[in-house]
Design a binder for this molecule. Structure first.
Ligand code: GLN
Length: 527
């Protein structure tokens, strides 16, 4: 390939209809055509990172290997492209503005008036160049075109396309087309308005993604109408009805956009999408084994809050030719009956006291009843609390939840005091762990040195390992210097393991994570 090329993905009408999946799917198809792809998410809101955003509203906070706390779209990118991303792949207004203001205070502008255009737009363009490592670099702009906050980003990508050559850029606009039940018709007006908005900023799209409700593809006329009103060629419309699994979208992208992507990338290679097809068209007869996993969670009304965890569970189940049903157990109301009703239990990460007793009860139940248990981060801490209580420390707890002195089996790391509500002060990103030979952890991973991503402030207090052991749990993995507990497990159970890390971030659709495979295997066996 000659010059570097860029794909910009924007949205219109409303947000949350799948720009991220569209961007990731385009990337996956290009990658399958042998093109080297890189990706970047630009978020116009004024937060410096996604670490302090409410997961209930924003969904999961995805953590990169270098410890950036990012938007969940980065998770889609990692899963669809099987790449490990870094801080560079996520750009937020808040961070750029903070740096600009710091430069202004440091006198770096030599008396200039510092403005959104050109100073913020220049910073955005620089951030895009810095992240553009692939032959084709895909940039998704969060929110919808026309949002106040996003204006600088839209201006920046327009200028960018002029600078690198418009022919080297592909603008993809994802719009939503509602279906009116009363008149039984698709209404393209909001999409037309959204396309007019984009043109108003000087951007003529090359591709329009048309999101619709229902599984059926809308009639051709809908696409034709949008093509005419937006000025895009016919081969530039992707019809995107709802799908059973997001892993179908690369197939849709290839079907609707195949020739256009060949032309733009210069790669005529027919992409090998076999693996995607296998996931998308899972034959029910073949995937007939069913398994239920209870997710003991605080936010049970927004599945996006635990997105990487649920994707990791599905991938692991599919690898075992089975289907997983996720049974949401509200941590605040959890009972033994809930725990008994499922084949295995997963306690995911979390912050704050609400629902913690339910998670401790889940771990205690699994220890007592030999029920498969996988604990992630807070799920390790609740397991340790449960074991310590069984081992004799009646009111054992975490300092996060007000443990009394002498009962703080989970405690605050040195140097973290007073930072409980500040951003970017946790143990974040990749850390190594050494697994005990002969442990379940080592058996599952098939090795004794592992690297996993972290995002937490509290640690296991090694003073209480004795009580923990009496309660049924031993340490099976620690930091290389031995000072931090990374894995615990129950030698008396068939499958009870927990990690201080977040293995879900490294699970891939075609390469499920060993801990999740272990849970699914154990749950299938326990049925
Ligand atoms: N709240 C716990 C801590 O900060 C666990 C965090 C998590 O589960 N990600 O240590």
């Amino acid at each position: 390939m000659g010059k570097k090329k860029f794909i910009f993905v924007t949205g219109g009408v409303l947000s949350g209809v799948g720009k991220g999946i569209t961007a990731a799917s385009i990337g996956a198809v290009l990658q399958a055509k042998g093109v080297k792809v890189s990706v970047q998410k630009c978020d116009p809101y004024l937060n410096v990172d996604a670490g302090l955003l409410n997961p209930k509203e924003h969904g999961e906070c995805f953590v990169t290997k270098d410890g950036a706390e990012t938007d969940l779209d980065l998770g889609h990118y990692e899963r669809f492209l099987d790449q490990e991303l870094t801080r560079k792949n996520t750009t937020l207004s808040g961070r750029l503005l903070r740096d600009l203001i710091a430069d202004e205070r440091a006198g770096k502008f030599g008396g200039q008036t510092v403005q959104l255009v050109p100073h913020l737009t220049d910073a955005i363009k620089r951030a895009i160049h810095e992240a553009a490592e692939g032959e084709i670099h895909i940039v998704e702009i969060g929110g919808t075109v026309g949002d106040f906050e996003g204006l600088s980003f839209i201006e920046a990508i327009r200028e960018f396309s002029q600078e690198v050559g418009r022919e080297n850029c592909l603008f993809v606009h994802v719009v939503y087309v509602p279906f009116l039940e009363t008149s039984q018709e698709y209404k393209t007006k909001p999409a037309q308005n959204a396309l007019a908005d984009l043109r108003g900023f000087g951007i003529m799209p090359d591709v329009v993604g048309v999101r619709t409700e229902g599984k059926a593809r809308p009639p051709k006329s809908v696409g034709e109408k949008i093509a005419i009103s937006s000025g895009v060629r016919r081969g530039g419309i992707i019809m995107m009805p709802n799908v059973d699994t997001v892993y179908e979208v690369p197939l849709t992208v290839h079907r609707d956009l195949g020739p256009l992507l060949s032309e733009f990338s210069g790669s005529r290679v027919e992409p090998d999408l076999k693996q995607w097809r296998r996931l998308a068209e899972r034959d029910k007869a073949e995937y007939s084994r069913e398994v239920t996993i209870g997710l003991v969670a605080k936010y049970t009304d927004n599945a996006d809050t635990y997105l990487s965890v649920t994707e990791a569970l599905k991938s692991a189940a599919w690898a075992r030719k089975s289907e997983v049903t996720i049974y949401w157990i509200n941590a605040e109301e959890a009972t033994d009956e809930n725990f008994a009703a499922v084949d295995g239990i997963l306690v995911p990460g979390g912050f704050g006291e609400r629902g913690v007793e339910g998670k401790v009860a889940a771990a205690d139940y699994c220890l007592r009843q030999n029920k498969p248990y996988l604990g992630i981060c807070l799920g390790l801490q609740t397991a340790v609390i449960a074991a310590a209580r069984r081992g004799g420390i009646k009111r054992a707890n975490s300092e996060e939840f007000g443990a009394e002195p002498g009962k703080n089996v989970i405690y605050l790391m040195n140097g973290q005091e007073g930072k409980q509500s500040t951003g970017g002060t946790m143990r974040l990103g990749d850390y190594e762990a050494e697994l005990a030979k002969g442990s379940l952890a080592a058996e599952l991973y098939g090795k004794t040195e592992v690297v996993e991503r972290h995002r937490h402030r509290y640690e296991v207090n090694e003073r209480y390992l004795g009580e923990m052991k009496r309660g049924g749990l031993v340490v099976s993995g620690a930091s290389p210097d031995g000072s931090l507990v990374e894995f615990v497990e129950s030698p008396d159970s068939d499958f009870f393991i927990a990690t201080q890390a977040h293995p879900e971030f490294k699970s891939r659709p075609f390469r499920p994570h060993p801990l999740f495979l272990g849970l699914i295997d154990a749950a299938l066996k326990a049925k």
